[in-house]
Design a protein around this ligand. Sequence first.
Ligand code: GLU
Length: 484
Amino acid sequence: MVRVRYAPSPTGEIHIGNARTALFNYLFARHNKGTFILRLDDTDEKRSTKEAIDSMIRDITWLGLDWDEGYLKGGDFGPYRQKERLDIYNHYIDILLQNGFAYELYYTDEEVDSIREEYEKTLKTFSYRKLKENETEERRKSFKEKGLTPAIVFKVEENKEIVVHDLVRGDVVFNSNEFKDFVIRRSNGLPVYNYATVIDDALMKITHVIRAEEHLSNTPKQILIFEALNFSLPTFAHISLILAPDRTKLSKRHGATSLGQFREMGILPEAMFNFLALLGWSPKDNREFFTKEELIELFDLSNVNKAPAIFDFEKLKWMNHKYILDKDLKSLCSETLPYLKDAYNVLDCSERTLLILDAVRGNMNFTKDVVPLSKPFFERTLNSISETDLKALQDPHALKALKYVLNNLDSVEFTQDDIEKFLNSLKDVLQISGKKIYHPLRISLFYSRNGPELWKIFLILGKDEIKERLKEAISLISKSIQEE
Ligand code: GLU
């Protein structure tokens, strides 16, 4: 039975790399009909705030990563917050001490830091082992008298070869001399990541540890702890970094870096899901669009790329655009309603709101784009049209066309067919070129030459509003002609 976990350190917004890690774990669990667990690596008291945890939950829920077990859900292997597992960590520290795999070090973190600094200045190599060898009985006594707790250091056998069998990277060989003894519990009583993670992964019966490449170098240390405690090893899969198209670290200047920022800018969750799944994985064909179900069906760690994944913001934008076009209109409305409500006090997904969305979605890259694109349906802004548009209105033919439409509007039945027929007939009736009719009409009704098809603009505005706008345009034209 596959059991995987996403174990964020909730200290701020979820970085896109972590979101992708969570997503790969999710897909792997679902593909294998396994269990997806959410665990909080929240021992950093200061930074693991309630806000950080809440925003993490909000964003992975938005992305559609529902977990089966863990924080807020419970399960047989809890608690699922490291903060609440300190007794468990201490229990295994005792076992490591009893069996000679670790030792107590009677120095505070601050003391160690300053000793290390001294060593660095004199180019001597710092080692916990040496520090321990020179530790005096006197120091231990005074340490205890002050009520301080010793740090716990894991003892590393020298010159030991450790092989990480990684599903993505193959066998990666490390030598224990690269890291030597290391602290597993600080003098403040809190466990370090490498230790707590092992205890949790082992006790929670995690079968596959899928995480970011940056943890590959931590893995040999973790393997030594697994072995010292006779825990069986999970299978590891370290997924590559995400870089910007210029191959530098992804940063704000490339668009955005956190899941929350993408949500806020108006990316649809299903587009984000699809896009992230293809970041470092591909099903070995050239398809770009997949439903969540298809991704679950196809996902396989053996097709995860070793090379860094390139985060192409333009591609995400394009994908989002496609998802907006394909989305069921009512669901698109629920996504965009908050923006429409804010901007124009639109209260529900009425037929008119749906028509508006249908008219503008062809130009939407982000759901938020609905606001500027639909503005002319809600506000009259003839006064702020561009110089060239004003010129187009001042063409003598324009006035004729607008007046004709104004006078004949009542005879048109307001269906797509009839509006189109009416619009198409204008060229013949007026004997004017199409451009000189339709541009002034668009400018008068939609304040721009671009935008939705004219029949849609007609249908959405309705006869009364069209008449008002035409009158306004006609009066603007008449005034400017008089002024000349
Ligand atoms: N809290 C760690 C992180 O967010 C977890 C790493 C792991 O998955 O072991 O990087």
